[in-house]
Design a protein around this ligand. Structure first.
Ligand SMILES: [Zn+2]
Length: 305
């Protein structure tokens, strides 16, 4: 049996077929063209599904899983107005796809989908209580407890990027001040870098210059890493994980980032009495984690049934 995954992002749609061993068999990517609005984007999603579905008989397909940017509600299957998908205010994406294909369809937050993928097939295999954090233009999270990626009441579970780590910090795109995402994401690194250099710079440039020994760039990274460390201390105190997996573009900074985060966790006085070092490791599935995790959703649902 096979399963179809759709990773819906603000800039691209990636759709693929997964087998039960977690191998991504075919995948294709097209631009989202999000400015076209929900109907046009759903038509493009459909185009990608039709293309991969064409190779299989209907009864070989366990279902369709969709990972989409939050806010969304996985229980109702509604997308609730993500900032990077204009016009998607209360769009019943799951039910529309169900009607089109007469297959089980599951909708999940993109970071949760990536957490499913890393837990089943990537860096988190064997972990019982895993926290996955993706640090890229935004910051997202997924939490595995007792081997299952958890959902909350409304779909806002483990929104680590919107936990507040500096009440006087920069305004977040959500409206709050000092969210982790607003002070430690790739976007935040680029913003802080642009302030320091008095011209527009990217997070990649800041990372590159810091690696080459530029002190100003290093200071920007240190600020972001310090906030990430605070976020991670909160995560460890809340969820008591046995493993933390970090993905997203900023994770490619590698050792300087992971070293700073390990250092931060060692400064968590509260945990000292537990005598435990929580391992922090890089994600393994890269940019395909979203589509793999989305495709895993129907397989998970079958296993539970
Ligand atoms: Zn926020």
């Amino acid at each position: 049996v096979y399963s179809i995954g759709v990773d819906l992002g603000g800039t691209k749609i990636c759709t693929g077929v997964l087998d039960e061993q977690g191998t991504l068999l075919h995948s294709l990517e097209i631009p989202t063209l999000a400015e076209g609005g929900p109907d046009a984007v759903i038509a493009r999603i459909r185009q990608t599904i039709d293309e991969v579905l064409d190779r299989y008989a209907q009864d070989e397909i366990a279902g369709i899983g969709v990972g989409a940017p939050g806010p969304l509600n996985p229980h109702t299957g509604m997308v609730l107005g993500p900032p990077n998908l204009p016009g998607w205010d209360s769009i019943p994406l799951r039910d529309e796809l169900r009607q089109m294909y007469s297959l089980p369809v599951y909708l999940e937050n993109d970071a949760n989908a990536a957490a499913v993928a890393e837990h089943r097939y990537g860096a988190g295999v064997g972990s019982r209580h895993m926290v996955y954090i993706t640090v890229s233009t935004g910051i997202g999270g997924g939490v595995v407890i007792d081997g299952q990626v958890r959902q909350g009441a409304a779909g806002g579970f483990a929104e680590i990027g919107h936990t507040i780590v500096d009440p006087a910090g920069a305004r977040c795109r959500c409206g709050n001040r000092g969210c982790l995402e607003a002070v430690a994401s790739g976007t935040a690194i680029a913003r802080m870098g642009s302030e320091v250099y008095q011209r527009p710079v990217t997070a990649e440039q800041v990372a590159e210059w810091a690696a080459a020994g530029d002190a100003k760039a290093q200071q920007v990274l240190d600020t972001a890493f310090r906030y990430l460390g605070i976020g991670l201390i909160n995560v460890v105190n809340l969820f008591d994980p046995d493993l933390i997996v970090i993905g997203g573009g900023v994770a490619r900074i590698g050792q300087p980032l992971f070293g700073a985060l390990r250092q931060a966790l060692r400064s968590n006085y509260f945990r000292k009495s537990y005598g435990m070092d929580v391992p922090i490791v890089p994600a393994q599935l890269g940019s395909k984690a979203g589509v793999i995790g989305a495709a895993a959703l129907p397989l998970l649902a079958r296993e539970r049934a």
